[in-house]
Design a protein around this ligand. Structure first.
Ligand code: MG
Length: 152
């Protein structure tokens, strides 16, 4: 068994969808990114790569490539699961953002990630918190995600 850690941060800007865990959350801002910017899927993808000691998301899906322009981060995650051959035991994650409140969306986010990885929803933990108004995340200018994963 091996453990991996991943984190990611994106600026929040108007005119972009807010993608979290493979679903779009209704909000007036979203992640600025070359891909769809799904901050949580990027953190989980990096955690799986980390557990396998197979580099990082930027190495496998460069943000200056036309192949990853506006790409769905779901495809990054699926690819990395196949590439590493990882059997996922469990994932724990935390999203930090000031707005919107995510509590009502957490079950759908967990289900989306579980479906993508073909695992049980009980293997996927997603938590959300604010930055208590501190720093760029607290000012609503950015969203952060952190994830750990245990693989076999
Ligand atoms: Mg990212």
């Amino acid at each position: 068994m091996r453990v991996g850690f991943g984190n990611d941060i994106h600026r929040l800007v108007e005119g972009r969808p807010l993608m979290i865990g493979g679903i779009e959350i209704p909000f007036d801002k979203g992640e600025e990114a070359h891909s769809d910017g799904d901050v949580l899927l990027h953190a989980i993808t990096d955690a799986i790569l980390g557990a396998a000691a197979m580099g990082d998301i930027g190495q496998h899906f460069p943000d200056d490539s036309p192949l990853t322009k506006d790409a769905s981060s779901s495809s990054f995650l699926k690819n990395v699961q196949l590439m590493t051959g990882a059997r996922i035991i469990n994932i724990d994650s935390t999203i930090t953002l000031e707005k919107p409140k995510l509590a009502e969306h957490i079950p759908a986010i967990r289900k989306s990630i579980a479906d993508l990885l073909e695992i049980n929803i009980k293997q996927v933990s997603v938590k959300a918190k604010t930055a208590e108004g501190l720093g760029p995340i607290g000012e609503g200018k950015a969203i952060k995600a952190e994830a750990v994963v245990l693989i076999e």
